[in-house]
Design a protein around this ligand. Structure first.
Ligand code: C2E
Ligand code: CA
Ligand code: CA
Ligand code: CA
Length: 278
């Protein structure tokens, strides 16, 4: 009986070691990547589709590995979020935006910079402290910053999220509902959270033109945004036909591969300097 017990304990220890070690290695690698500054911002231009002017950009995180490989967020964001490393990663990319595009934004006060947050950022005031520490007295004004809250993830406490959003807004920062029409909140989010800007998900933009049923959804989002005094941006625009349909529906801001993919900082600055007068 003693031998069996010892065997069982040994077995459990080995099983534990096997299941734990690889995760630990992966986490060590991730922490090292954060320490080495391998998580960096890319910038996707947001265009005014009436004038062809530049409105600003959306910041999209990338993992630039030591060998130069660029890894997309689909490969690591889930781990970043569940491990909690996302908080430090977000601070890092926000700090880097100041170094890379601070001068451009100071020279062009109308340019907007949109940063993605995840649901966990709307659970306590830590994000407010980070924003003040990073963007307070920086060349990028609060009035140039937009923070995106996705409708794909549920918010744990709507009242807490509402308060955090109100604090962001009292600084002069605006808040956008990302992936609108796809997720948890539905339209209740817009009013309850006090959203400033609606981002129309690519899913609806894709269907414009090919699928007549998506135009009424875009139409409704545009009307809603108008009635509630919110801005509106279309995501994932890939064709001229979609631009035409969006303009007919009254959407004036858009981003997508037809204009530009997410760009490294120096290329976004080059593009912006060519498109702006500042
Ligand atoms: P998202 O916020 O909806 O970002 C838009 C995604 O669509 C980006 O993918 C962008 O590269 C891609 N995209 C833009 N235009 C087009 C287009 O015309 N066609 C197609 N097919 N795709 C287009 P990306 O950069 O891989 O990011 C994926 C998601 O990862 C983001 O979706 C966002 O949810 C998340 N993410 C990215 N950066 C951050 C970050 O810094 N923080 C947080 N919390 N999440 C982030
Ligand atoms: Ca986004
Ligand atoms: Ca989106
Ligand atoms: Ca210029």
């Amino acid at each position: 009986a003693v031998a069996t017990g010892a065997f069982a304990i040994l077995f459990i220890m080995i099983a534990f070691w096997l299941s734990w070690r690889p995760d630990q290695d992966a986490d060590d690698e991730f922490v090292a990547a954060i320490r080495k500054g391998e998580f960096i911002p890319y910038y996707q231009p947001v265009m005014d589709i009436e004038t062809g002017g530049l409105r600003g950009c959306e910041v999209l995180i990338r993992w630039r590995r030591a060998d130069g490989t660029i890894v997309s967020p689909g490969q690591f964001m889930q781990y970043a979020e569940t491990s909690g490393h996302i908080f430090e990663m977000t601070r890092q990319i926000m700090r880097t935006t100041i170094l890379e595009v601070g001068a451009l934004y100071q020279a062009n006060p109308d340019l907007k910079l949109s940063v993605n947050l995840f649901a966990g950022h709307f659970e306590d005031r830590r994000i407010i402290e980070d924003l003040i520490e990073i963007y307070g007295n920086s060349p990028i004004a609060y009035s140039q910053i937009v923070l995106e809250v996705t409708e794909r993830q549920p918010l744990r406490d709507m009242n807490v999220a509402r308060k955090i959003i109100a604090e962001m807004q009292s600084l002069g920062i605006r808040v956008a509902l990302d992936d609108a029409g796809t997720g948890h909140g539905g339209l209740a989010y817009l009013q309850k959270l006090g959203i400033d800007i609606i981002k129309i998900d690519k899913m609806f933009v894709d269907a414009l033109g090919s699928d007549a049923s998506s135009a009424p959804i875009v139409d409704m989002l545009v009307e809603l945004a108008g009635n509630l005094g919110m801005g509106i941006i279309a995501e994932g625009v890939e064709t001229m036909e979609q631009i035409g349909r969006l303009r007919e529906l009254g959407v004036t801001s858009a981003q997508g591969y037809i204009f530009a993919p997410p760009l490294p900082g120096h290329l976004y600055v080059q593009l912006a300097e060519a498109l702006t007068s500042g």
